[in-house]
Ligand binder design. Sequence first.
Ligand SMILES: CC(C)(COP(=O)(O)OP(=O)(O)OC[C@H]1O[C@@H](n2cnc3c(N)ncnc32)[C@H](O)[C@@H]1OP(=O)(O)O)[C@@H](O)C(=O)NCCC(=O)NCCS
Length: 144
Amino acid sequence: MIAFKKATDEEQKAAWRIHRARHSWIGDWNAFSHCWIATENGQIVSTLREQFYPGGEFGEKERWIFNVWVRKGWRGKKLGQKLIQFYLDTKDPPIIFLDCRESLEPYYQKLGFTERVSLTPEEKAKILITDEPSQVILCRKKTV
Ligand SMILES: CC(C)(COP(=O)(O)OP(=O)(O)OC[C@H]1O[C@@H](n2cnc3c(N)ncnc32)[C@H](O)[C@@H]1OP(=O)(O)O)[C@@H](O)C(=O)NCCC(=O)NCCS
């Protein structure tokens, strides 16, 4: 049975090792990173990393999501989307950004993320926007 949870320190290190094995260039995750995971029989089958930037323009309100990943063999079950939804249900920070390939926009749109164009010009001016053409920054703002 799949279980969703915030990772313990040990599980976060294990999640890091998974991503390090995929991309040898990734550095250590800093103290402002927290992982959420899905496990089956103790094995990590999906990850999501939340990153908080202490001096960011939106301060406490802002989070970024990285390292959304589902283990091969577990894909096709919308497990990553379920993990993101679990994170949102648990945390629901007011503003979340993520940086993804254009092809994955519909994947994240189903979870309430919208293109950065929905931000006000002032908000856009404040956030870091990559120039890489294959990447888009999506944003999800709490509707209150
Ligand atoms: C992307 C990823 C997390 C999706 O896993 P998942 O949540 O199990 O998603 P599923 O395979 O069940 O697919 C769910 C939907 O997303 C779509 N999708 C999945 N992977 C996709 C991709 N790479 N590009 C575009 N669409 C994708 C599926 O077509 C499906 O669409 P549908 O709802 O219309 O049927 C997984 O494929 C993965 O780990 N990939 C490698 C790491 C990665 O690319 N992470 C994203 C970083 S932004």
